[in-house]
Design a protein around this ligand. Structure first.
Ligand SMILES: [Zn+2]
Length: 144
């Protein structure tokens, strides 16, 4: 299986690798099992942050909320769209403007396109879902 380019242990320092090996050993796990264990332990939960709002141009509190975002893409010259629900976002406490992190949004888009092309390329092709839950992607890495 082709790993994502961000997953590259050769870019870790030797000190980090030693820490990883020792912490894995203390947990009675191989390094791979330990990394999986960490992945399952982490449940990122957005908290309010102070930030500069690009809409009202003021420092404000950004309140966590969930959004729907429609992702458009082209497959076999056909325009398709999938709605992603429960996407973590922030709403400006002063003007109400909603933003989704650019990094998160881009990664969700890449993953949805990946899943859709997997569905299409299967021998028994499944139809493309109209809606994908972010929580399913976050907790299972796949569709429900
Ligand atoms: Zn604002």
């Amino acid at each position: 299986m082709m790993l994502h380019p961000d997953i590259d242990l050769s870019r870790w320092s030797k000190e980090e690798i030693r820490m990883l090996r020792l912490k894995a050993a203390m947990r009675g796990k191989t390094t791979n099992e330990y990394l999986r264990y960490l992945l399952e332990q982490d449940h990122p939960d957005p908290a309010p942050i102070k930030a500069y709002c690009l809409n009202c141009h003021q420092e404000s509190e950004q309140i966590p909320k969930r959004e729907e975002e429609t992702i458009q893409f082209t497959i076999c010259d056909e325009e398709r769209s999938v709605k992603v629900t429960e996407l973590p976002a922030f709403s400006c406490s002063k003007c109400g403007n909603t933003i989704v992190s650019v990094g998160l949004s881009a990664e969700v888009e890449n993953i949805v396109e990946e899943i859709v092309s997997e569905l299409i390329n299967r021998p028994a092709a499944r139809s493309i879902p109209k809606t994908i839950s972010f929580e399913d992607l976050l907790n299972r890495g796949k569709l429900a």
